[in-house]
Design a protein around this ligand. Structure first.
Ligand code: ACO
Length: 380
C-alpha cells in the first residue's frame, strides 16, 4: 500500500514588536504611501533582544506539534529552512531539536532563501513517501531584521521577522503532498545576497565598514524574475499533481510584494481572491512567509479538509519552487490544558539540555577535555 505525507500540524510565532511604515519614515526617506503602493506592506514584526531564529522556530514547532497527537520522541527529522541561521554551525535545526525534545530526530538547516520551506517540505515528504521516515517537522524561521541595512530604503522597508512550522506525518490515506517543483538559477546569485561573512569573504573590519554583512538587492531584477517564475511554477506543479489551475481552492504565495502576487494572478488568469495575502501585516519574512500564511489561511477557514492548495515561492539563489497539496486535516483548536502541557514540556526539555551540558562539563573535568564555549552557555 503506498504511503502518503500529510500535513497534520501547523503553528507560527512572531515577535511582539510592530514596526509600521510611519516608524520607518522616521529612519529613512520614505513614506507609508510609497511603501503601500509599491509593495502592499503596512507593518512588520521585529525581533526583540532575546528573540532569535531558533527561539521563534521552537515556539512555532511546539504550536504545530500541539495540533497533533505526536510526542516529540516520534519525530524523525527536523528541518529549519532559514536565510538567517544563528551560526554557520551548529545548525539552527539542532538548537530547535534540543529545545523541543526531538531526541530521535536528525536535524539540519536548509539554505534556499525564501524557497527554503518549499524545498524542505518537498524533501521531507519524499522521505516519508519512500518509507525512510514517518514524521517530520519542517520550519521556516527568520530574523531578517539583524541583516538589514537600516540606512537602505530599498531593502529595509521589505523585510520582517517570524517563523512558521508544519508537522508532516505518514499515512495510508491518499492526499497530502501531491507533487513538488524545485528549481534554481545560480547565474542570478548576485541579484540578492549577503556578500560577506562566509568563507569567500570572511568578516574583517573592511567588510563591516563596507556594510557587506547586510542584504544587498537589485530590486527591479528580482521583481522581473519573480513575476515570471511564480506563474510558471504554479502551472508546473499543478500539472504534476494532475490538477487544473481553475480547480485550485487557494494559492499560498511567498509574501514578498503584492504587485508580484497580482502579476502571478494575471499570468494564471485567476482572480486575486484565490491568493492568500498577509504581507500587509508581516512584510517579507523569507522562508517563514509561506508557513505563516498557511497557518493564518487555516485559521481564517480558507483552507479546509478537501482544499486543493498550491504553495509557491521564489528567493535568493536564485531559487523557486512549488508544492501541490490536498489538505486533509481539520482545524483543531488548542485547548488551554494542552498549552499548559506545552509550557511544562518546554521547561522539561530545557532542563534536560542543561543537564546534558552539565554531564559533559563533569566528564571534561574528569577526562581533562576542554569544550570551548560551554562555560559561557552560548547555545542556550
Ligand atoms: N521610499 C521611497 N522611494 C523609494 C524607496 C522607498 N523605500 N525605495 C526606492 N525608492 C525610489 C527609488 O530610489 C527610485 O527613485 P528614482 O526613480 O528617482 O531613481 C524610485 O523609488 C523607483 O524605484 P524602483 O526600484 O523602480 O521601485 P520599484 O517600483 O521597482 O519598487 C521594490 C522597488 C519594492 C524593491 C521592488 O523592485 C520589489 O519588490 N522587488 C522585488 C524584491 C523582492 O521581492 N525581494 C525579496 C526576494 S525574496 C528573498 O530571497 C529574501
Amino acid at each position: 500500500m503506498p504511503t502518503y505525507a500529510h500535513i497534520t500540524g501547523w503553528g507560527m510565532a512572531v515577535p511582539e514588536r510592530i514596526m509600521t511604515n510611519d516608524d520607518l519614515a522616521k529612519i529613512v526617506d520614505t513614506s507609508d504611501e510609497w511603501i503601500v503602493s509599491r509593495t502592499g506592506i503596512r507593518e512588520r514584526r521585529i525581533a526583540g533582544d532575546k528573540e532569535t531564529t531558533a527561539s521563534l522556530a521552537t515556539k512555532a514547532a511546539f504550536r504545530a506539534l500541539d495540533r497533533t497527537d505526536l510526542h516529540p520522541h516520534d519525530i524523525d527529522m527536523v528541518i529549519v529552512a532559514t536565510a538567517t541561521p544563528e551560526h554557520l554551525f551548529p545548525a539552527t535545526a539542532c538548537l530547535v531539536q534540543d529545545a523541543i525534545g526531538a531526541i530521535n530526530a536528525g536535524a539540519f538547516d536548509l539554505s534556499a532563501a525564501c524557497s527554503g520551506f518549499i524545498y524542505g517540505v518537498s524533501l521531507a515528504s519524499e522521505a516519508i513517501r519512500g518509507g525512510a521516515i514517518r514524521n517530520a517537522v519542517v520550519i521556516g524561521s527568520e530574523t531578517l531584521s539583524r541583516f538589514i541595512d537600516w540606512d537602505d530604503r530599498e531593502t529595509c522597508i521589505l523585510f520582517g521577522d517570524g517563523a512558521g512550522a508544519i508537522v508532516l506525518q505518514a499515512s495510508e490515506r491518499p492526499g497530502g503532498i501531491l507533487a513538488s517543483v524545485m528549481r534554481a538559477d545560480g547565474s542570478g546569485g548576485n541579484l540578492l545576497s549577503i556578500p560577506a561573512g562566509g568563507s569567500r569573504r570572511p568578516a574583517t573590519v573592511e567588510t563591516v565598514h563596507k556594510k557587506q554583512h547586510y542584504i544587498q538587492m537589485n530590486g527591479r531584477e528580482v521583481f522581473r524574475f519573480a513575476t515570471r517564475v511564480m506563474a510558471d511554477a504554479t502551472r508546473q506543479v499543478a500539472e504534476k499533481a494532475r490538477l487544473r489551475i481553475e480547480d485550485l481552492s487557494i494559492i499560498i504565495p511567498h509574501q514578498a510584494n503584492r504587485r508580484i502576487i497580482e502579476a502571478a494572478a494575471r499570468g494564471l488568469d485567476l482572480p486575486m481572491d484565490r491568493f492568500f495575502v498577509n504581507l500587509d501585516r508581516y512584510g517579507n519574512t523569507s522562508s517563514a512567509s509561506i508557513p505563516m500564511a498557511v497557518v493564518e489561511a487555516v485559521e481564517a477557514g480558507r483552507i479546509t479538509p478537501g482544499s486543493r492548495v498550491v504553495m509557491v515561492g521564489f528567493g535568493a539563489g536564485l531559487t523557486w519552487g512549488a508544492l501541490a497539496v490536498e489538505w486533509v486535516a481539520p482545524e483543531r483548536k488548542i485547548s488551554q490544558a494542552k498549552r499548559q502541557q506545552r509550557r511544562l514540556r518546554a521547561r522539561f526539555w530545557g532542563l534536560r539540555s542543561v543537564y546534558r551540558r552539565f554531564v559533559r562539563w563533569i566528564e571534561g573535568l574528569i577526562f581533562g577535555a576542554h569544550v570551548p564555549g560551554d562555560e559561557n552557555d552560548r547555545f542556550s
